[in-house]
Design a protein around this ligand. Structure first.
Ligand code: NDP
Ligand code: MG
Length: 382
């Protein structure tokens, strides 16, 4: 029985993680979980999975939920609460599906406590990949990808000579506006943006897919997870989201992982690695039903966020921290109807242009840069 600590239990990836756990009650259990403020979704989850420890966003949420929990469940809150959940002594593994760079400190705490990490929370690696991966290596801890592209790359590397990898090729659906040109993006609404053609996900990542900043963040995520230089990471638009990503080797053989679009398979692979288990909730891929698969070069003038991410990644140091913090703040402002869709990348670009990169930033510096960037972008917006 693998006991799991789950961050972001009420979110899109969190709920799908619970679906995988529910399918294999003799294999997995939830020892501890954290969520933000969605008590309505959280209560049935807590009643069903009976975690020993629950963390919520802040004291106000804790005060609201406390009377509804039995005395078997310990309640904590805030970042300290998430850290406690992550390093919970009874747990074997952390599944980090919280949104945003708030996931950084809990991830580091879990690494230090020796837990295997299943990582969906890409913002953590973008913000401080050098710190996370070094601590994981020092502590002998595995960071297993849950993001579908990275899971595909990881699966396509199994049993292969890692030194012979010549290129990682990350596929992208192109998001909600892939068939629109730049002019047609003026005045698009939140509702249009959240209408993703292939995937049902949380709001922030759906906006990131539409700007394609999601692909930019994934390039940086791949750089850290697989220790690969940016020159060896490519992206390609693939409308059908069937080929989840590919790895090219020195002999130009390309190995890919395919499947119908579903997060359940990459989540389960992280939970069962290196084994595989049945997954009844997913369906077989019948290629004759799909008919054809399409691939298209990413036009970086159409999707400037992808170039911004490569630039930030290559600049290194504190630059990806700025990229992520500016993007999180701008997307939040877009979702609150304070700025337009096209403003998102403008604010990110402005934040990157004014920042003087700090090489090899320590955790304190990262946190200061993250905070300062958020304040700068908020200030610009207001
Ligand atoms: P959602 O917005 O659906 O869920 C976010 C979760 O984080 C919720 O449970 C939310 O709680 C919780 N949360 C947010 N802020 C806090 C906080 N301050 N303290 C505690 N909990 C908090 O996001 P997704 O599930 O879509 O994405 C989660 C992560 O996974 C992101 O990093 C995303 O990039 C990545 N990812 C997502 C994929 C997907 O298919 N959705 C695919 C690949 C990666 P509450 O709602 O209760 O407030
Ligand atoms: Mg992805």
């Amino acid at each position: 029985m693998k006991k799991i600590s789950l961050l972001g239990a009420t979110g899109s990836v969190g709920i799908q993680t619970l679906k995988v756990i529910r399918e294999h009650p003799d294999q997995f259990s939830v020892a501890a979980l954290a969520f933000g403020e969605n008590i309505q979704v959280a209560l049935p989850i807590i009643n069903e999975f009976k975690p020993q420890l629950v963390s919520v966003k802040n004291k106000q949420v804790a005060d609201r939920i406390r009377i509804q929990l039995d005395d078997q469940t310990r309640l904590v809150y805030g970042i300290e609460g998430m850290i406690e959940v992550s390093a919970f002594p009874e747990s074997d593994m952390l599944v980090n599906a919280v949104l945003g760079s708030v996931g950084l400190e809990p991830t580091l705490a879990a690494i230090e406590a020796g837990k295997t990490i299943g990582l969906a929370n890409k913002e953590t690696l973008v913000t401080a990949g050098h710190i996370v991966m070094k601590r994981a290596a020092d502590c002998g801890v595995r960071v297993l990808p849950i993001d579908s592209e990275h899971s595909a790359i990881f699966q396509s590397m199994q049993g292969q000579d890692r030194c012979a990898i010549s290129r990682l090729i990350i596929t992208a659906s192109g998001g909600s506006f892939r068939d629109k040109n730049r002019e047609e993006l003026i005045g698009v609404t939140i509702k249009d943006t959240l209408n993703h053609p292939n995937w049902s996900m949380g709001a922030k990542i759906t906006v990131d897919s539409a700007t394609m900043m999601n692909k930019g963040l994934e390039v940086i995520e791949a750089h850290w997870l697989f220790d690969m230089p940016y020159e060896k990471i490519d992206t390609v638009i693939h409308r059908e989201s069937i080929v989840h990503s590919l790895v090219e080797y020195a002999d130009h053989s390309v190995i890919a992982q395919l499947g119908l679009p579903s997060m359940l398979a990459p989540i389960q692979y992280a939970l069962t690695y290196p084994s595989r288990m049945e997954l009844k909730q997913t369906k077989s891929l019948n290629l004759w039903e799909i008919g054809s698969l399409h691939f298209q070069k990413v036009d970086t003038r159409r999707f400037p966020s992808v170039s911004l991410a490569y630039q930030a990644g290559k600049a290194g140091g504190s630059m990806p921290t700025v990229l992520n913090a500016a993007n999180e703040t701008a997307v939040q402002a877009f979702l609150s109807e304070k700025i337009t869709f096209l403003d998102i990348e403008r604010y990110v670009e402005t934040a990157l242009n004014r920042h003087h990169v700090i090489q090899m930033p320590d955790l304190e510096t990262i946190e200061a840069v993250d905070k300062e960037t958020r304040a700068f972008v908020k200030n610009q917006i207001n």
